[in-house]
Design a binder for this molecule. Structure first.
Ligand SMILES: [Mg+2]
Length: 118
């Protein structure tokens, strides 16, 4: 079973997304970018789902940090956001985001986007 790291500061959003994923994937959770970076080395992650707005370390900074880790230079990273600003997307693209999911999203849509990547 492949492993997804789900990073979002909202417990309720993590629960909703986790429910959609657990049948098909092993899910590792983190509540912000800092915690995610601490958990990443010990886990073999096949795909990351990153919220953008989080305390401690936001999703854009985490994306940049993950791309510096050789093991994750090419790991799919999907950004989760309620914002669809072009500027944010452009920055994400430059930093190597694999795609964007606009919250709230249908579980089927999320699974479809993940299945295209892993
Ligand atoms: Mg958030």
């Amino acid at each position: 079973m492949k492993t997804i790291m789900l990073v979002d500061d909202s417990t309720s959003i993590r629960n909703i997304l986790k429910n959609a994923l657990v049948e098909s994937y092993q899910v590792v959770e983190a509540e912000n970018g800092k915690v995610a970076l601490e958990k990443t080395p010990g886990s073999s992650i096949d795909l990351f789902l990153l919220d953008v707005n989080m305390p401690e370390m936001d999703g854009i900074t985490l994306l940049a940090e993950l791309r510096k880790i050789p093991a994750h230079s090419k790991t799919p990273i999907l950004m989760l956001t309620t914002e669809t600003k072009d500027e944010l997307r452009q920055k994400g693209k430059e930093l190597g985001a694999s795609g964007w999911i606009v919250k709230p999203c249908e579980p089927d849509k999320l699974l479809g986007a993940i299945q295209k990547l892993i």
